[in-house]
Design a protein around this ligand. Structure first.
Ligand code: TUI
Length: 314
């Protein structure tokens, strides 16, 4: 399944694995890359040496291309921006902000930069600063999200820029991938589906929550903080929302309440205090599988859907 994205990245299938904070490590990224997609290591809020270690481990696991996701709100972002150049990383994706100030150095180092954008205006801005493609991510996605949803966002981003567009947010099976192509995307990025990959090292409780989730089981919190986050409904998200709606609680108190909650979900499977970030597609994810199996199933279903045509009434 060749598209402009498989050619740009030197991969077999136009499927990227989202750079999920605390989740997307060498084990997951290496497995996705070996399966023909683009595995991505999440730098998240981690210090440089931790990320360097994951990059080196990934190189031991695969000879295929992989990327690093840089979370632009990280306190270590300037150092991570240098690290990817030092480590000769070929593909960088960014999230939670605009990477403008790093673009010159990255492109000069020959890095293919693919920012996540939540709007067509931001897509135009990153195109102007030298991005090779954009990931248009709708609010169906897990984690930190923008305002627009995937269905209206992707075609508007496609109209706004000349560089290739990768769709993300709400995609977990071949039907979603086929739909993304219909909207004009030439690739997709999936996070939630890869949370339950066998090579994904998150706590089993996290995986079980995804596997049993229904369509209505995610919610967003953090709007008052200016960065809404989608996660599975849980005691934590309900308590956060209550605090958020309590105007006596300051922004600092809310930040402090949320701090460390994702780590507690990923490492400890902490049902009470953990924030289990996940997308609305959680309800579509029904079994734990090897990354290779996930990708093969996604591609087979995409081809089936695309060749099946539309079910018109005769
Ligand atoms: O970045 C993500 N998803 C994330 S980052 C993350 S770590 C975190 N945890 C708690 C609070 C905040 C972050 C967990 N999940 N997805 C990519 C993404 N980027 N979605 C939306 C955006 C985005 C938002 C604003 C991209 C650019 C942007 O620009 C705004 C500006 O003015 O800088």
């Amino acid at each position: 399944m060749k598209t402009i994205i498989t050619e740009l990245l030197g991969i077999e299938y136009p499927i990227l694995q989202g750079g999920m904070a605390w989740v997307a490590n060498a084990s997951l990224a290496g497995a996705v890359s070996n399966a023909g997609g683009l595995g991505i290591i999440a730098a998240a809020n981690a210090p440089v040496e931790v990320v360097r270690e994951e990059i080196r481990k990934t190189r031991e696991l695969t000879e295929k291309p992989f990327g690093v996701n840089i979370m632009l709100m990280s306190p270590f972002v300037d150092d991570i921006a240098k690290l990817v150049i030092e480590e000769n990383i070929k593909v960088v994706t960014t999230g939670a902000g605009l990477p403008t100030k790093y673009m010159k150095d990255w492109t000069a180092a020959g890095i293919t930069v693919i920012p996540v954008v939540p709007s067509s205006g931001m897509a135009k801005m990153v195109q102007r600063s030298g991005a090779s493609a954009v990931i248009a991510e709708g609010g169906e996605a897990g984690g930190h999200i923008g305002e627009l949803n995937t269905m209206p966002l992707v075609p508007q981003v496609c109209d706004a820029v000349d560089i290739p567009v990768i769709a993300a947010g709400g995609i977990a099976d071949g039907r979603g991938i086929a739909a993304a192509f219909m909207l004009g995307a030439s690739g997709v990025q999936l996070g939630t589906r890869f949370l339950v990959a066998r090579e994904c090292t998150i706590h089993q409780t996290y995986k079980d929550k995804i596997l049993t989730a229904k369509d209505i089981d995610t919610m967003t919190t953090g709007k008052r903080l200016g960065h809404p986050v989608r996660a599975l409904k849980s005691p934590f998200t309900r308590a956060f929302l209550k605090n958020e709606n309590d105007c006596t609680k300051s922004i600092e108190e809310l930040e402090a309440f949320g701090s460390g909650a994702l780590r507690k979900a990923v490492q400890e499977g902490d049902n009470k205090n953990g924030c289990f970030m996940a997308g609305q597609s959680s309800g579509l994810v029904k079994k734990e599988q090897a990354a290779e199996e996930i990708i093969q199933e996604l591609i087979a279903q995409t081809k089936e859907v695309l060749s099946g045509g539309i079910k018109w009434v005769k």
